[in-house]
Design a protein around this ligand. Structure first.
Ligand code: PGA
Length: 252
């Protein structure tokens, strides 16, 4: 089970450090649950200093596909590694919708993360129109196909997949546990066909989209839901801690 917080463009250095301290405390005896936080780039180092030596991991929210160079405003895999990151979110729907990231861009970023020993948290998910049109499986299959083209994984822990229906992100609307399970099972099957049964069984498939303390248990208890990618509720240590607690309970 993996509980990951995506802080997006929220907090500043003092509040990020305070939030990190709260998460560190919540995760202190989170037996059987991995905890990850993804703060904004400039706060990574400050947050890592608080979390170093704890069982909370740190990740970036995106990365540039090149190693280095004249890419004003961008951040490389090596930079993320140098400030303690083990993971990086790739292809979040906000990156796709607001910053024009295409499936090709997502593919290049996944490859760059894997090449640099960063675990990509690959986000996939359909829009409301696509769900209304009944094409959610087709959309997710295409996103996985393009993002993972040519990828070779040594183990299931090399990558994390996050199923995030776009219509549930930041809206307070959550997929029902049945909807989540059905899409997760579909993604698992896709991963089995693409890699091996064993590897696919080991890949963490997270649910993301308005996961909160009150609905976390139901979502996390679904067979193919291996954790959550949490936006809004990761910004309050007590809410994030409550979700971690549900995960610990289910993992135990
Ligand atoms: P949310 O965000 O929990 O605020 O819906 C999830 C995400 O965007 O990863």
């Amino acid at each position: 089970m993996l509980i990951a917080g995506n802080w997006k463009m929220n907090t500043d250095l003092p509040s990020a450090r305070a939030l990190a301290a709260g998460v560190r405390e919540s995760a202190a005896d989170a037996e059987g649950v991995e905890v990850l936080v993804c703060p904004p780039f400039v706060l990574l180092d400050g947050v890592y200093q608080i979390l170093q030596g704890s069982n909370v991991k740190v990740g970036g929210q995106t990365l540039h596909p090149e190693d280095e160079g004249a890419f004003t405003g961008e951040v490389s895999a090596q930079m993320l590694r140098s400030v303690g990151c083990s993971h990086v979110i790739v292809g979040h729907s906000e990156r796709r919708a607001l910053f024009g990231e295409t499936d090709e861009d997502v593919h290049a970023r996944v490859r760059q993360a894997l090449d640099n020993d960063l675990v990509p948290v690959l986000c996939v998910g359909e829009t409301l129109d696509q769900r209304r049109g009944g094409t959610q499986q087709k959309v997710v299959a295409e996103q996985l196909e393009k993002a993972l083209e040519g990828a070779e994984l040594a183990s299931g822990s090399d990558i994390v997949v996050a199923y995030e229906p776009v219509w549930a992100i930041g809206t307070g609307e959550t997929a029902t546990p049945e909807q989540a399970q059905s899409m997760h099972a579909f993604a698992r099957k896709w991963l089995k066909d693409r890699f091996t049964d064993e590897l696919a069984a080991d890949i963490c498939i997270l649910y993301g989209g308005s996961m909160k303390p009150h609905n976390a248990e139901e979502l996390l208890s679904q067979d193919d839901v291996d954790g959550g990618l949490i936006g809004g509720a990761s910004l309050k240590a007590s809410d994030f801690g409550a979700i971690i607690e549900h995960a610990v309970h289910l993992a135990g």
